[in-house]
Design a protein around this ligand. Structure first.
Ligand code: SF4
Ligand code: SF4
Length: 352
């Protein structure tokens, strides 16, 4: 019998859709801890939390295992463990194994600096679906300027080479900042040499405490256009707005295919929207759907530029980021206005 090969992406989208149609949620992102061995200057987690200020609020091992049981019985099939860095929890592998034995696909997001030989051996035995390693430079001075930790590149490289040595499935992610823009190609080349996928992202957000310090490191809209969209290959914006458009604030997928869990075990539709969260008491899926429905039904109530902008569905604006950056869920973000106008090839004007 001949077996037809189906590309993973295609299969995954169709599976997410089937799960959604059954009224369930396919994915969950677990922030096991805010603690991290790095202090990245662009990170959305405030430095005191990276240092462990809220360690005492984290769920303990048994509480995580119970919550994972609940998550899996609500239909979730993909779990991403993130942080901070999940490997900073002494019990991470125990929690990981518990989730793995439930038959879920597991993704681990890490800076690789805490991966030693024992960890790599363990992961080889209980293989994750994938590991996403953030590597923002291969030059020591740049890397340490970003992570603000001496010796961090050396440790990250040791972790990466162990992942390779033990044939673990991993990819390299690069956050493009003003500090490392010119080093992206070197990291991409390094990934090609390792024969692992590489991807990049240039969006930088304020910190969860409202500090806008990380924004100092984001690229200007002009640089983004020049570096990544030179060939005018960006699709033209869709200007279609339904008749009598009662515009909903949420246009992203938050609260549909996935949910997030905070280190203290609170369920959120999105890690940037922490004000709207709950500690699961009974039926997690029902409680999550109620919260998600309440949020996704919200219309604009203020006459802000975004409430009437013709580029609304083209722009990356979202209410959670608007709140962090401007203190108002409905307000426009001037940086996004500029970026959208530039990427929209200046054919149309935003309302701001
Ligand atoms: S490695 Fe990730 S979680 Fe840790 S400080 Fe850097 S951006 Fe934040
Ligand atoms: S371009 Fe500006 S006004 Fe328009 S949706 Fe984006 S942030 Fe809002």
């Amino acid at each position: 019998m001949q077996v037809k090969e189906i590309p993973y992406k295609e299969e995954s989208i169709s599976l997410h859709d089937k799960i959604w149609q059954k009224g369930k949620v396919a994915q969950c992102q677990i922030e096991l801890t805010f603690r991290c061995s790095h202090r990245c200057n662009y990170c959305y987690i405030p430095p005191p939390l990276l240092e462990g200020k809220e360690k005492g609020k984290e769920l303990n091992t048994e509480a995580w295992k119970k919550l994972i049981d609940k998550i899996v019985s609500s239909g979730v099939q993909w779990i991403s463990f993130t942080g901070g860095d999940p490997f900073t929890r002494e019990d991470f592998l125990e929690i990981y194994l518990h989730a793995k034995k439930k038959g879920t696909f597991i993704n681990i997001l890490t800076n690789a600096g805490n991966i030693n030989k024992e960890t790599a051996k363990f992961l080889k035995l209980y293989r994750p679906f994938t590991i996403e390693v953030t590597l923002n430079s291969i030059k020591e001075d740049t890397f340490e300027k970003i992570t603000r930790v001496k010796g961090s590149l050396k440790k990250a490289m040791e972790g990466i080479f162990l992942l390779k040595e033990f044939s673990l499935p991993f990819k390299i992610k690069f956050k493009v900042l003003t500090l490392n823009l010119k080093e992206m190609e070197a990291v991409a080349k390094f990934s090609r040499e390792l024969k692992v996928p590489f991807n990049f992202n240039f969006l930088v957000y304020p910190r969860l405490d409202g500090s806008t310090e990380p924004l100092k490191y984001r690229l200007t809209p002009e640089t983004i256009k020049e570096e990544f969209f030179q060939k005018d290959e960006y699709p033209p914006p869709s200007l279609h707005l339904p008749e009598g458009d009662k515009r909903k604030i949420f246009k992203c997928g938050a609260g549909t295919w996935s949910f997030s869990i905070s280190p203290e075990g609170k369920v959120m539709v999105c890690p940037f929207l922490r004000e709207y969260s709950f500690s699961p008491k009974g039926n997690l899926l029902k409680e999550f759907k109620d919260l998600s429905h309440t949020l996704r039904e919200k219309n604009f109530t203020k006459n802000t530029p975004c409430s009437r902008c013709s580029l609304f569905y083209f722009c990356s604006w979202c209410p959670a980021i608007a709140f962090l950056e401007t203190g108002d869920y409905q307000k426009n973000i001037p940086y996004y206005c500029k970026l959208t106008r530039i990427l929209g090839k200046q054919k149309v004007e935003c309302e701001a």
